[in-house]
Design a binder for this molecule. Sequence first.
Ligand SMILES: [Zn+2]
Length: 293
Amino acid sequence: MTTPHYRGRFAPSPTGYLHLGSLLTAVGSFLHARHHQGEWLVRIEDLDTPRNVQGASVAILDTLTQLGMSWDKEVWYQSQRVAHYETALEALTAQQLTYPCACPRRLTAGQIYSGYCCLHPPAPQSAQAIRLKVPAKNFSLTDEIQGFYSQNLAEQVGDFVLKRRDGIIAYQLAVVVDDAAQGITHVVRGADLLDNTPRQCYLQQLFAFPTPHYAHLPMIVDSQGLKLSKQNHAPAVNPQPAVPLILQALTLLGQSPPDFLKNSDLNHCWEWAIANWDSCKVPVLHQLSADIS
Ligand SMILES: [Zn+2]
């Protein structure tokens, strides 16, 4: 596998249609890639099957197409790659880096896991999660937009889940395996994932995968400060007409598109945006309020 100078990706979950928040991530990752003459791939992160919405993958890809955002190579679906994640998990288990955990989720959700099941191995049963042991060590990165970020995995995160008790492979493992398998060099995504990144850096080290360059874009919140999501009924973006929507995304990303673009066609809009993309102008915020009506 040859690594290109730049290969980025947009990796939506089909838990709903594209809303303004996920559109911003699509536009930001697309422009960052194209400005650097890079490739831009699309990966559908559809492992969390209970949350998938029927038809959402097709609708997301159709919206991107209508907006003039064309991707390179075939779209990957994580649901078709489970065997690769299981192989990666087995490699960690063979190194005694994992252990089964039978703690009920209600006792562990939102907390730093105590490591109870590492010290008290549960009797084999069907519903067990698999956790990764983490070292009491700082994992740091310099994010292109958010700057220096560091986490002590043992103190701030705890041994984290690689496979859920319902048998579903966790996001952390799948994203690391796929970014490496696809030769991703640049990850541009929402700032809600910044605090997941040290975990992913640790997994990359364990597998001897390269760590990509990271840029975390601000998240859009509604007037109550809630992240836009299907759960809080963020409206799906309407891709027609495309130009005003792209201009809105550019403005939110701090790119100050000139007025004359309002009267131009979609191709000219993208030409301007690709040529003038400047990640230094993206607001250094985790949250950005936007009128989403
Ligand atoms: Zn446990």
